[in-house]
Design a protein around this ligand. Structure first.
Ligand code: SAM
Length: 194
């Protein structure tokens, strides 16, 4: 259940309205997920941040991974919960309604994959990558300055800086994929922990 602070949260209200208007999602996994599944991965669970009605969470769960899926929108999470139940995957997906500005992985939690697609907040990145286990991957996709040039109303703090997120990585990480999708004003990124 959401706490009192979330009830008036602007992101929650905005995204609930979007998901209500959009109807039934297609539950497509993010392309980074298919890429990651073709790579070597350590054992362990997956963390999907700003998950939405996540085809990615479902895909990892279908591969036998335990998934923690976090989002502020209970509409998105309800869609995910129903689809997970329909596919017999409920037992593998822990659904968490929370504001990523304050939610943090529990101390000692380690994930084989931390995924975040369609969301950027520099304050979320550090704690997220701290939770990647040795050999694991962080997968991220977010808007760049290019998106902001096209849509000046887009807040700067929602967009990756020139060299981000690579420039924010601690030494134990190596960038293994970086692709600027200029037609979408987004950067797709993956890094592996030593
Ligand atoms: C563009 S959608 C991306 C959804 C999914 N990751 C995908 O790739 O399809 C952005 C998601 O971020 C979530 N979100 C926005 N602000 C948030 C916040 N402060 N805390 C947690 N989730 C948030 C929204 O509810 C929405 O599901």
């Amino acid at each position: 259940m959401r706490d009192g602070e979330l009830s008036a949260h602007p992101d929650r209200m905005r995204w609930n309205a979007k998901y209500e208007a959009a109807g039934q999602p297609e539950f497509m996994p993010h392309p980074l997920v298919e890429w990651a599944l073709s790579e070597e991965l350590p054992d362990g669970p997956v963390l999907d941040l700003a998950c939405g009605p996540s085809g990615s969470a479902l895909r990892f769960a279908a591969e036998g991974r335990a998934v923690t899926a976090v989002d502020v929108s209970e509409v998105a999470l309800r869609l995910l919960r129903h689809e997970a139940r329909r596919r017999g995957l409920s037992g593998r997906i822990a659904i968490v309604q929370a504001d990523l500005a304050t939610w943090r992985p529990s101390v000692g939690d380690e994930y084989a994959v931390v995924l975040c697609a369609g969301f950027w907040d520099v304050r979320v990145f550090g704690p997220a990558i701290e939770a990647v286990r040795p050999g694991g991957l962080v997968l991220w996709e977010a808007f760049t300055g290019e998106a902001r040039r096209r849509r000046p109303s887009l807040p700067a703090e929602w967009c990756l800086g020139e060299d981000e997120p690579a420039s924010l990585l601690p030494e134990r990480f190596s960038t293994v994929l970086q692709q600027d999708l200029s037609d979408q004003g987004k950067r797709r990124f993956a890094a592996r922990s030593a």
